[in-house]
Write a protein that binds this ligand. Structure first.
Ligand code: HEM
Length: 134
């Protein structure tokens, strides 16, 4: 039977950044370390500094033992959803762009209305000159 892995966006993980709710992302996996803060041999301060963040580098730099890596499995609550945008504003602005396509077109028309008007104007002037010559 396939296992269902819960996916979390970085946006969601970043909201769990307190001593009462402490999530950390390591190697694309999300860990809830709230209950481990007081037990962590490296201290709770390092975990709190990494709360709501990707702490892969910090975790590796601490040179954790094999038993620490076994232990961390107990706190894994899911994986990072890599398809979710890291910067939500980017998604919003790109969505806005598609939604406002027709609005953008209107803006462009407003901005360049002078071009067709100039063409018509020049045609009228040339026409008048041509008629006068006849
Ligand atoms: C996933 C959860 C984690 C577990 C289960 C865990 C477990 C442990 C354990 C068992 C030790 C004792 C030494 C060892 O056996 O390697 C340790 C030390 C340490 N950990 Fe963690 N750790 C975790 C996450 C982190 C994170 C995210 C950081 C940094 C942001 C960190 C920083 C440290 C430091 C600085 C030490 C002390 C190393 C030393 O004394 O040389 N740990 N950790």
């Amino acid at each position: 039977m396939p296992t269902l892995t819960k996916l979390y966006s970085m946006e969601e993980a970043s909201q769990h950044n307190t001593e009462h709710d402490c999530w950390v992302v390591i190697d694309g996996k999300v860990y809830d370390l709230t209950s481990y803060l007081d037990e962590h041999p490296g201290g709770d301060d390092v975990l709190l500094a990494a709360a709501g963040k990707d702490a892969t580098d910090e975790f590796d730099d601490a040179g954790h033992s094999r038993s620490a890596k076994e232990l961390m499995k107990n706190f894994c609550i899911g994986e990072l959803d890599t398809s979710a945008p890291t910067i939500p504003e980017l998604e919003n602005s790109s969505k806005k762009e598609t939604n406002n396509y027709s609005q953008n077109l209107m803006e462009l028309t407003k901005q360049y209305w002078a071009v067709p008007v100039a063409i018509v104007g020049i045609s009228v002037v040339v026409g008048l000159i041509f008629l006068r010559k006849k």
